[in-house]
Each structure stands twice: as structure tokens, then as C-alpha cells.
Design a protein around this ligand. Sequence first.
Ligand SMILES: *[C@@H]1O[C@H](CO)[C@@H](O)[C@H](O)[C@H]1NC(C)=O
Ligand SMILES: *[C@@H]1O[C@H](CO)[C@@H](O)[C@H](O)[C@H]1NC(C)=O
Ligand SMILES: *[C@@H]1O[C@H](CO)[C@@H](O)[C@H](O)[C@H]1NC(C)=O
Ligand SMILES: *[C@@H]1O[C@H](CO)[C@@H](O)[C@H](O)[C@H]1NC(C)=O
Ligand SMILES: *[C@@H]1O[C@H](CO)[C@@H](O)[C@H](O)[C@H]1NC(C)=O
Length: 549
Amino acid sequence: MIHSSSRIYYNLFLRFIVLLLHYVPPTAATGHWSLLLPTISISAMHMQLLPNDRIVIFDRTDFGSSNISLPAGKCRLDKNDMVLKLDCTAHSVEYDISSNTIRPLMVLTDVWCSSGALDSTGSLVQIGGYNDGDHAVRVYRSCDYKCDWEEMPSGLIQRRWYATSHILPDGRQIVIGGRRQYNYEFFPKSSQSEKAQILPFLVQTYDRWIENNLYPFVFLHTDGNLFIFANNRAILFNYSNNQVVKTFPEVPGGDPRNYPSSGSAVLLPMRIVQGNIAVVEVLVCGGAPKGAYTNAKHGNFDGALDTCGRIKISDPYPQWVMETMPTRRVMGDMLLLPDTNVLVVNGASSGTAGWEHGRNPVLEPVLYRPDNPIGSRFVVQNSSTVPRMYHSTAVLVRDGRVLVGGSNPHQKYSFTNVLYPTELRLEAFSPSYLDLNLSGLRPKMLSTVSRTQFRYGKQMAIQFTVQDRVDMNLILVTMVAPSFNTHSFSMNQRLLVLDDGNTTKFIGSSNYEVVVTAPPSSNVAPAGYYLLFVVHQDIPSEGLWVHVE
Ligand SMILES: *[C@@H]1O[C@H](CO)[C@@H](O)[C@H](O)[C@H]1NC(C)=O
Ligand SMILES: *[C@@H]1O[C@H](CO)[C@@H](O)[C@H](O)[C@H]1NC(C)=O
Ligand SMILES: *[C@@H]1O[C@H](CO)[C@@H](O)[C@H](O)[C@H]1NC(C)=O
Ligand SMILES: *[C@@H]1O[C@H](CO)[C@@H](O)[C@H](O)[C@H]1NC(C)=O
Ligand SMILES: *[C@@H]1O[C@H](CO)[C@@H](O)[C@H](O)[C@H]1NC(C)=O
């Protein structure tokens, strides 16, 4: 008797422990939203932060009239424009973060659903689009106040609409796929006769009815190969000799993750220790189940996926590890934050990408903490009030905020009598690390320059001040590449945790110094501008622009 009752108690005790392990405390929603501008006059379909703290924003040229005139009374006469042949309004603007103002820009050819990357000089080299813009390459230099788009209407070999761009270690940009393009090409070309190269993987991942492999998720692996994810699986690819180096397993469940079943993906933060990165991981979250696009066309909006797959692409035999998000999400954006967490923001909980195909906006972002144990990685954040459906965007800026714009699931600008009106508001999400009560712990760099050089493998001493007591074991220095955001994917996004060899030391009167080593090579960090942050107890300083070279 006694024996069996103690067993019952023991079982109850075990059950209690199991409950404890599964218990997730209800956490208060954190972070806060603010409205930056009630209108930026165009819908922010594509956004890129530039190294002068301005954001170049554009939608498409054949949306009809936007809400802002072109500069200096200019007009665009375009016989190819499908809506307005003579359009005196702008479809691109430059947003100045410090003054919170916009300036109209003039883009001539159609930039709709295009791609891009910052080159090593910090200019945006932007690729393709639609109609008269589908072979165009455009450059936007990051200058102060005066610059405008420069266009090369036949810069590309193939039409690139819904393609992905990635900056390469040699400074060129690779452009992969696009509608009915099962190939890739480079910009700039090394010769006039250069041809596009076939990429059979894009044929293999093409579904006869639904593409589901557009805007593939592309990341530069630290071994110099490209990780390319399309539909529900990925390869490791040597673009120099057109060889698939590795084929990764299909994501469990097999549901599609790329446009129009738009999930999102990031290369998780990479830690450099003595010139090496031991683990390289990719996280893919959300999307829409198989058949959802066809169903949405017929007015049935399937629940979006609530799963993420995480894979160590540096492993010899990589496997996907699945996790569940607190909410379903399609058309979400995933952004690397300077504290090494990932913000999942924007999108809807049913339907797919495409005109009028999304329903039930997800207003609350979710934070993913990659270093926490599985089951305690997601934290729901405070909600916005603005639906961010198809064609919405998000970018990290130097002060650690995330700027959110766009949302226009319609063929033109439609402000009334539609389910999700064209959205011109620009908002900022401030993660909780920006809470005012943390300012005593926040590092402030003492550098007086706004940009500095950082040569591969070389050391740099960073001095900073912290008001309150510093825990020197909790200092990190991170470096984030400014990414090109459109259609739920941030191209070229990567975050490095630099090797500081535990050098943080007190140098007098609330000041400290840490010595960090620059990334070892252009495979780890292609040359160009990055934002460098000193992070103390998960609270980042403002960023400093560093030019890695
Ligand atoms: C959440 O947002 C609301 C409205 O902006 C704000 O009042 C509240 O303080 C925020 N909560 C936190 C924890 O930041
Ligand atoms: C944009 O312009 C249209 C037409 O002038 C106007 O009806 C609408 O209110 C404007 N919308 C915003 C958000 O500024
Ligand atoms: C890709 O292939 C070329 C030619 O075989 C080779 O030289 C290069 O090292 C390979 N790239 C990588 C990243 O392994
Ligand atoms: C800052 O404020 C938040 C929200 O009010 C609170 O949860 C947090 O504990 C505070 N942090 C510190 C360091 O005081
Ligand atoms: C720095 O400190 C960490 C944690 O205490 C330790 O694991 C690491 O080996 C140290 N690195 C060096 C270069 O001393």
C-alpha cells in the first residue's frame, strides 16, 4: 500500500515537473511603435538604408499618380507605362532619418518587384523590374541632398522580375532567377559576351501551377558558396563553376516558403573566434501551405504556416530542426537586430502574397532569441495598429529602431472602398532594448567620426562610455550589413559577432575600451559598409558606420 501511494505521489511530482518545464510565463508585450510620418506619399515596396542614414524607397512606376510631385516640375513621358503615359508624380523617395523628411526622386523605368544590393562604395545597385524596367540596372549613390537615380535600361542579359540579388566576395552582384528565369547572371559583367548560366534547381523547385520559387532566399556561406532556398528546399551552390556542392533535405512538412507562399529567412548571427566561424545557421519562418495560392484566388484564405525550420548549413549532415511560432505568418519580414535577436514583423495569418490574396493581418511582431533553448525563443511584442500586408517592408536603422512601411495589395493606389487600403504611413518599432529606463546601461561610443575604415583581419580599439556599472563579461561587438528589403526578404542581410578576445577594460571616468578584430575575409563579410554596435547586457549602442575593406 505504502509503496504504491508513494509511487502515485512520485508520478504526480513528475507530472508537476513536466508542467513546470512546459510552463511559459505570460510576458508583457514589449517594444513600442511610433508613427514617423502620416504619409511618405508612395507605398514603400522596396527599402534600402544607405551609409548616410537615408533610406531610398520605391514602389512601381505604373501604379498611376502617387501623392507627391516629381522634383522641379519634372514629368515622365513613358509610352510603355500601362497606366499613365505622362506622369508628373514620383515613385521613389529618399527618407532622411535625422530630419524625418522625404524628398521625391525620379525613376524612369519600372522598378516593380525588383532586387538590389549596396556595392562596396555604398551605392545601391538595383536590378530589374517589370515592363520597360525588366532589363534595367539602376544606381543610387548615397550622397547628401542632391543625387537621383542613374539608369542603364539594358544592363541585364535576362529579364529580372522577382529575382534575388546578393553581393559577392569579389564585389560583383549575383542575380538569381525571377519569373520564368531558371538562371543567374552577374553585375557588372566581366566581358561583353558574358552569358546567363542555367540553374536547374529553379526548374526542380518550380511547381507547374504556382511558381513558389520566386525571390529565392540566398545567403553567402562563409566557405564562399551560396546557400539558395527555393520552395521547400535548398542547395549549396558554387556559382563560379555552376556546381551544386550540397543538397539539403526538404523542410519537414514540404510546404512552400517562397513567393507567393512568402515566408522569410535569415542567416543567423555568426560568431567569429580567432578568425573562424564554427557554426553557420539559417532560419526560415512562416509561409503558406501547398495550394494556398490557388485557394486564395478562389476566395479561400488558408491559415498561414506557424513553423520555422532551422538548419546548421556548416554541418556535414545538416538536418532541419522545426519550431513553432506563437502566431501563423505569411509575408512576414525577418530582421537581425544588433543584440543578435531576430525580429519577425509584418504580414498576415492567412492567404498568400499577390493582389488581394492576404487576410487577417498579424499586428504583433515576434522576437526570436536564437541562443535560448527551444521552447523559449519566441517573445510576442507590442502590436502596431497598421496592417502591413502584401508589399510592406522593414529595415533596421542605425539607432536600433526598425522602420516599417508599405502595404498595397492592389494593382493601383487604392485608398478607399478596399479591404486593406494602400498604406502610406511610415512607422518605427523600437525593440525593448531602446526603453528609456535602460539608458544607464546603454553603451555610447566615444568616436567622433561618422564613418571609419576596418581592414580584413586588423584590430580596432573602440572606446565607449556607460553611465552605470559595466559587466565586462557582457560586452559584445556586432556588425550588421544594411539589407535590401522587399517581398518579405532582406537581401544581403548578415550579422557578425566580432572577436574581442575578452579585451574590455576600464580606462577611467565611466569609459571603457574593447579591441575587436575585423572579419577575416570577404567570404565572411563582402567589402562595403556595415553598422557596428557595442552591446552591453543585450542593449546596443547606436551604430557606427564602418567600411570593411
Ligand atoms: C505598448 O504600446 C502601447 C501603445 O503604444 C504603449 O502605451 C505601451 O507602453 C507599450 N508597452 C510597452 C511594454 O512598451
Ligand atoms: C493621396 O492623394 C489622393 C488623391 O489626391 C487623396 O485622395 C488621398 O487622401 C491622399 N492620401 C494620403 C494618405 O495622403
Ligand atoms: C568553385 O569552383 C571553382 C572552380 O572549380 C574553384 O576554384 C572554387 O574554389 C570553388 N569555390 C568554392 C567556394 O569552393
Ligand atoms: C524597464 O521598464 C520595463 C517596463 O516597464 C520593465 O519591465 C523593466 O524591468 C525595466 N527595466 C529596468 C532595468 O528597470
Ligand atoms: C573569453 O571569455 C569566454 C567566456 O568567459 C571564454 O569562453 C573564452 O575562451 C575567452 N576568450 C579568450 C580569448 O580568452
